[in-house]
Each structure stands twice: as structure tokens, then as C-alpha cells.
Design a protein around this ligand. Structure first.
Ligand code: NAG
Ligand code: NAG
Ligand code: NAG
Ligand code: NAG
Length: 446
């Protein structure tokens, strides 16, 4: 059973440094709005051609930046709780069944942490939607939605909006759909949230071009804290995702660069289509799991710590479409998860490299140091056929704001390896679906 693993102490985490930076920014806000204006990225400017700004959820441009100050430890624990929920969710996708959340009393917020501005309808209404490479259909909070934030899409103000009827093909593609009335409706889970929605269509514009008659879920009711306030843009590879529905425009090809957690400049880019994609980039094949068509599986074949290829049991990394085991790359999880045997091997080698420095833990992180370790830190490399992804320290270590604590920002997972967004920051990650391959190259976009 995938669903029931309880939360062992060394399970994970979430997005971290981010919040620290956000705190810093929040303070700046208090001090002077003018100063913050000049420091913040230009929140209004969006797209050039088919290139969009990507903001971190806590950036000054984001309405979701934390309103209250958390201590560093509180932020880490919060993010760990978020990731934990997301991992359960991803695992439920893998298992091909929905799950009941255990421990839902926690105050949790789902962690797709990067957002883009989407224009929906005619005239256009803007929402800052969370990028989620592991979800297909977009989830748009619609006016009147119970449990949504105040930013919603008002379909009555759009002349190009229409509801999808039960007979529509899209309705048949959604497993959980049903037709109590004439409109196609569905109940679903997203992370720890339960969602009731109707299927609808309208034009959606991310960059310059409109996707006419884009099908999405118009969310009517939400419970649970995992649903991002202004909705989810699904960039999975299944039939109802943005990638599939905009295929004639963008050839099912996109890339993003997620800005650093540490930077006060939170802008990165989501690039749609073939234009402007990097030419010098190494690729590794994407693997298809027919039972979980939305997820981007890759073949992680090894992990190097420093120059040493860590000895990981074969089975820990193997792709198995039947059980869903293997490795996915995901934009919504914050900290990388490795199945137990792989995590333990990587962590032990990392600790060995740290020598005698005393190890402590923080929430789900079990490899933290309170002494300076900078000089000893080895590089870490994820190895794929055709591609080695070498991570700079910032992509696998988190530091407390005072600099007194540093943790290895990864943890163990019961079933699935997830290459998370912290590990992807300041890289161009290219999803080339027609050629079924994933490209990664270093790009500083902070
Ligand atoms: C939406 O699509 C309709 C055609 O269905 C078109 O007339 C209208 O201009 C489009 N609106 C936008 C904002 O692209
Ligand atoms: C969704 O769940 C609610 C409450 O359990 C139920 O009344 C409704 O009929 C369900 N709708 C669909 C489409 O399954
Ligand atoms: C990745 O690194 C390993 C050595 O650790 C090397 O054998 C392999 O050829 C490299 N792969 C690529 C694609 O560069
Ligand atoms: C912010 O990032 C953008 C995009 O990478 C870059 O062009 C710009 O110079 C950066 N601004 C600052 C102040 O660092």
C-alpha cells in the first residue's frame, strides 16, 4: 500500500531557503515600500513572445508571499510538511488510485511553488497559477467557489466561456467525471485538498498566443489547504494538460528556469515552443508509464558524491511501470526524495566527506551541521543516460539565515524518487515531448 506510510522522522521536506528570503523581503516591505519597488522584479511585465516570467511563490510579485514572519526553523518545518503531503499525492498518482490523507489536521499548503501569470477569457482576467509538471488539467478557481481565495475567474464576464456538457470528449477522458446535471462535473483530490469542479472551456493566454477553447476544471469548492490560491497550471504530458492542448502552437515543447531560493531577484522563465530553446543542451530519454501518463519519468542511473559514484542497490532506482517505481522530475516538490536505500547511501557518503563534524537533524532533514562546512562540501551529480546533472552547493544545501545551521536538503521516500525544484534551480530544464527527452543545462536566472 502506497498510501499508508506514516511519516517517519526522516521524511521530507520542502522548500526552504525561499521562505527565508521571503522573510527578508517582508522586512524590507515594512521598512519602505518604495525601496521594495525598486528592488522587486517588474511585476507587471510578463511576456516577450513566448517567454514568460516565472516568480517564486514568495517573491515580492507574488500575492502568496508569507504574511507573517516565521523563524527559519518554522519555515523549514512548514516546507517539510508541504512536501510530505505532495509526496503522498505523487505516490497516489503513481499507484493509480486516490488516497485518503493521513494527518490532515496539520496546516498544510501544497507546494507547487513557482507561479506564472495566465490570462483567461475575453476580456482577459489574470491569475497567477502554480506550475505543476505532474498534473494535467488546469484547475481554475471560479467565481463563487467555496473555500477558494478571493482571486477567482468570473466566467459570467467572459464572452468566450462555455461549460462542457456530459457528452463532450473531454468529459469522457476524465475518469472521475459524472453528470448529475447536464454539465460535466468531477470530484478530485489535489495534494491534501478535495476539489469539486465543472469542466469548462475558454481561451487561455500565457505568452502572446491564445489557446482557443482551452479545457479546464472550473473549481467550485475546495477543502483542505493544498490548493494553490490562484489555481494550478498542469504541465504534465497527458491529454488534457496545457502541453497537449497547445500542441499546435508550441509543439509540446517547453522549458523553464527556476530562480534561486536565495536570490532576492525571483524571476525566471517558462519558455513555450521551439523558439529560443537552448542549442547546447544534453538530453536524456523520458520514460513513459502507460499507467501514469502525466508524470515525467527519467532513468536515474546513479548519483555521484564528489568523484565517487555511490553504491546504490539497482532496485532502488529501477523504473517499473507496474508499481510506478522509478524517478520523476517534478516542479512542485521542493526537496529531492530518494527511496530509502538510495538516500541512505548518498547521505552516508556525504557524511563521510564531512569527516568528524557532528551531525544533527532538523525536522525531516537528518544531516545538518552547526559548524562551518563550506570547504569540505563535495559536488553532487545525478547521472542519467546521456546527461550528468551536477549540482552546485546551493541546490542541495540549505542554510539558516544566520548561517549557523546547514542541512543536506534531501530525504528518504518510501517508493518514488523525485527530483525536486530546489535541485533544479538555476538550470534550464527542457521538456521535449515529441522526441521524448529531457534536456538540462546550467543557466543562472536569479
Ligand atoms: C477567444 O476566442 C474567440 C473565438 O472563440 C475570439 O473571438 C476571441 O477574440 C478570443 N479572445 C482572446 C482574448 O483571445
Ligand atoms: C462530489 O461529491 C459530493 C459530496 O460527496 C457529491 O454530492 C457529488 O455528487 C459528487 N460529484 C461528482 C461529480 O461525483
Ligand atoms: C557522467 O559521468 C560519468 C563518470 O562519473 C562518466 O562515466 C559518464 O560518461 C558521464 N556521462 C556523460 C553523459 O557525460
Ligand atoms: C534579475 O534576473 C534577471 C533575469 O535573469 C536579470 O536579467 C536581471 O539582471 C536580474 N536583476 C538583478 C537586479 O539582479
Amino acid at each position: 500500500m502506497f498510501v499508508k506510510y506514516a511519516y517517519t522522522p526522516h521524511q521530507l521536506h520542502s522548500k526552504t531557503n525561499t521562505l527565508m528570503e521571503a522573510l527578508h523581503l517582508t522586512l524590507l516591505f515594512l521598512i519602505s515600500l518604495t525601496v521594495v519597488h525598486s528592488l522587486s522584479p517588474n511585476c507587471e511585465s510578463t511576456s516577450h513572445g513566448s517567454t514568460l516570467r516565472v516568480y517564486h511563490v514568495s517573491s515580492p510579485c507574488s500575492p502568496f508571499r508569507p504574511k507573517t514572519s516565521l523563524s527559519w526553523e518554522e519555515s523549514v518545518l512548514q516546507m517539510q510538511a508541504d512536501d510530505k503531503t505532495r509526496l503522498v499525492y505523487l505516490t497516489s498518482l503513481v499507484a493509480g488510485r486516490s488516497f485518503v490523507l493521513i494527518g490532515s489536521g496539520r496546516q498544510i499548503i501544497q507546494s507547487p511553488t513557482y507561479i506564472v501569470k495566465a490570462n483567461i477569457g475575453t476580456p482577459a482576467q489574470s491569475l497567477l497559477m502554480a506550475l505543476d509538471t505532474s498534473t494535467d488539467m488546469a484547475l481554475v478557481p471560479c467565481a463563487g467557489c467555496l473555500g477558494c481565495s478571493s482571486s477567482t475567474f468570473d466566467s459570467t464576464k467572459s464572452v468566450s466561456f462555455s461549460s462542457l456538457a456530459c457528452g463532450a470528449d473531454q468529459c469522457k477522458q476524465v475518469q472521475s467525471s459524472s453528470c448529475p446535471g447536464t454539465t460535466c462535473s468531477l470530484n478530485m483530490t489535489y495534494g491534501g485538498s478535495t476539489i469539486a469542479a465543472n469542466l469548462a472551456q475558454d481561451n487561455v493566454t500565457l505568452a502572446t498566443d491564445s489557446v482557443i477553447g482551452y479545457s479546464f476544471s472550473c473549481v467550485e469548492k475546495v477543502s483542505g489547504g493544498s490548493f494553490p490560491p490562484q489555481g494550478v497550471l498542469g504541465l504534465g504530458r497527458g491529454p488534457l494538460s496545457f502541453v497537449s492542448q497547445s500542441k499546435s502552437l508550441y509543439m509540446s515543447t517547453f522549458s523553464y528556469c527556476l530562480p534561486s531560493f536565495k536570490s532576492s531577484n525571483f524571476s525566471g522563465t517558462l519558455r513555450l515552443g521551439l523558439n529560443g530553446q537552448p542549442k547546447n543542451i544534453k538530453f536524456t530519454p523520458l520514460l513513459v508509464n502507460p499507467r501514469r501518463t502525466s508524470l515525467y519519468y527519467v532513468n536515474l542511473i546513479g548519483i555521484r558524491v564528489g568523484s565517487k559514484v555511490v553504491n546504490i542497490p539497482q532496485g532502488a532506482l529501477a523504473f517499473n511501470p507496474n508499481t510506478g517505481a522509478g524517478t520523476i522530475i517534478d516542479s512542485g516538490t521542493v526537496f529531492t526524495r530518494l527511496v530509502d536505500a538510495a538516500y541512505t547511501a548518498v547521505r552516508d557518503e556525504f557524511r563521510r566527506r564531512m569527516g568528524k563534524a557532528a551531525v544533527s537533524s532538523l525536522g525531516g532533514f537528518d544531516t545538518c551541521y552547526t559548524v562551518p562546512i563550506g570547504k569540505r562540501v563535495p559536488t553532487m551529480t545525478f547521472m542519467f543516460p546521456g546527461l550528468n546533472m551536477s549540482l552546485p552547493q546551493d541546490n542541495f544545501l540549505i542554510h539558516s539565515s544566520s548561517g549557523s545551521t546547514t542541512c543536506l536538503a534531501m530525504s528518504a521516500s518510501p517508493a518514488l524518487n523525485v527530483i525536486a525544484n530546489m535541485q533544479q534551480q538555476n538550470h534550464r530544464v527542457l521538456f521535449d515531448i515529441p522526441n521524448s527527452r529531457l534536456g538540462v543545462s546550467r543557466e543562472i536566472c536569479s
